[in-house]
Design a protein around this ligand. Structure first.
Ligand SMILES: *Cc1c(COP(=O)(O)O)cnc(C)c1O
Length: 392
């Protein structure tokens, strides 16, 4: 068998290793100068003020902090697409609010304004959307809707690190945005996340929440001036330790500098898939990006007949091509207690398959994926027992 082609894969190399070695040599590995530099570069990348971002140990933790800063609690409803990352729903449920799942567009898997409007009630305090596959989706109109209705908007931009609409970074349309740098994302710090908060007062609270809710932590000089001891502190909230460190931040700064190169390569792969797969019988490619929209190309998905999707995934695996589906529908997860009927999401979840997408793919890899998908799909469609549904 040919070597397995991964569905997601990081690109970490000599430059990242050298950056780590430099931090080790400096002997300050905790949260320090490198973390501050990484935050400043990320804020520049987003086009926001440096004091509005806080780097954290994961995106899930960023979502939990965002929900905490938003002040959601029992009796509140927070709307999110059923095609969401489980950690986002957990953050909402953990604070006592109710996650209310909405439907999505059947082909982009992003919620439309109408999908969100359909589930708003007088108890809705927040909306939490993601950018499926890195496609911005209807974020501009959704943020206008939320502003009009005075509902807080949180963007899970975990996979939208380079996604933009008319030049504006996804994650900065709403009141807060969160990003992920875990091992499977585009910019990778091994594990890590970032939180953006638009409101300056809330933004100033974020780093304190991220470090045990400690107040009045002062250095030696300041302590001497105020005649206090530098190890004294106050606690303003009972929070966790969610900070990251200079080792991971050094990796992040190198990765961020490589982002344009990563995205450029991903765009080429997506174009190769588009050309090789569009028009193939029984298969649908992702819809084209609307004008002004830039994707991070985190995922490339195809849609096939629901009768053969799982078999196709197995056939591809047998031939060395790893595929998956993200994100399994949350309104189907018993723990959230949802009774919603969301037909477009069901449609998408039964048909969608994510093909390998990462900047480490060669042209030959992409062509092998295209050829193998076409072969396997053709065999499945011709199989007498198989479903036939050319219209997907
Ligand atoms: C990966 C992912 C997360 C979580 O990121 P972590 O840093 O692993 O906590 C959140 N949302 C989406 C959409 C993701 O894909």
């Amino acid at each position: 068998m040919d070597e397995m082609i991964n569905v997601f894969q990081p690109s970490l190399g000599e430059r990242e290793l050298a950056a780590v070695a430099e931090v080790f040599a400096g002997n300050w590995i905790g949260r320090g100068r490198r973390t501050a530099e990484f935050e400043a570069s990320f804020a520049r990348h987003l086009g926001v003020g440096r004091d509005h971002v806080t780097s954290l140990n994961s995106c899930t933790e960023a979502a939990f902090l965002a929900v905490q800063l938003a002040g959601f609690g029992p009796g509140d409803e927070v709307v999110l697409p059923t095609v969401s990352f489980v950690g986002a729903a957990n953050a909402i449920a953990a604070c006592g609010a109710r996650p209310v799942f909405c439907d999505v567009d059947p082909h982009t898997l992003n919620p439309t304004v109408a999908d969100i409007e359909a589930v708003l009630t007088s108890r809705t305090k927040g909306v939490l959307i993601l950018h499926y596959g890195g496609y911005p989706g209807d974020v501009a109109r959704i943020s206008a809707l939320c502003a009009r209705r005075r509902i807080l908007l949180i963007e899970d931009a975990a996979i939208g690190v380079a996604s933009r609409v008319d030049g504006r970074a996804c994650g900065t349309f709403g009141d807060m945005g969160v990003w992920s740098f875990d091992h499977g994302k585009i910019v990778v710090t091994v594990d890590g996340g970032m939180l953006y908060v638009r409101d300056p007062e809330l933004a100033a609270r974020a780093p304190k929440l991220a470090f045990l809710g400690l107040e009045q932590r002062s250095g030696y000089d300041q302590a001497m001036r105020s005649r206090t001891r530098w190890w004294d502190f106050e606690v303003s909230s009972f929070s966790r330790r969610s900070v990251t460190n200079d080792v991971l931040a050094a990796v992040g700064s190198v990765q961020l500098s490589r982002l344009p190169e990563f995205i450029g390569r991903r765009r080429v792969i997506a174009g190769r898939y588009d050309r090789g797969l569009s028009g193939v019988d029984g298969l649908r490619c992702p819809p084209p990006l609307p004008p002004g929209h830039e994707s991070s190309y985190y995922m490339y998905w195809i849609q096939v007949s629901p009768g053969i999707r799982d078999e196709l995934a197995r056939d591809l695996y047998e031939r060395g091509i790893y595929t998956t589906f993200r994100y399994p529908l949350l309104h189907r997860v018993a723990a959230y207690g949802s009774a919603a009927a969301l037909p477009n999401a069901e449609y998408a979840a039964a048909r969608t398959l994510l093909l390998p997408m990462h900047q480490g793919l060669t042209d030959a890899d992409a062509d092998r994926v295209v050829t193998t998908v076409r072969e396997c799909l053709g065999e499945r469609l011709r199989a007498p027992a198989g479903w036939r549904e050319a219209e997907v």
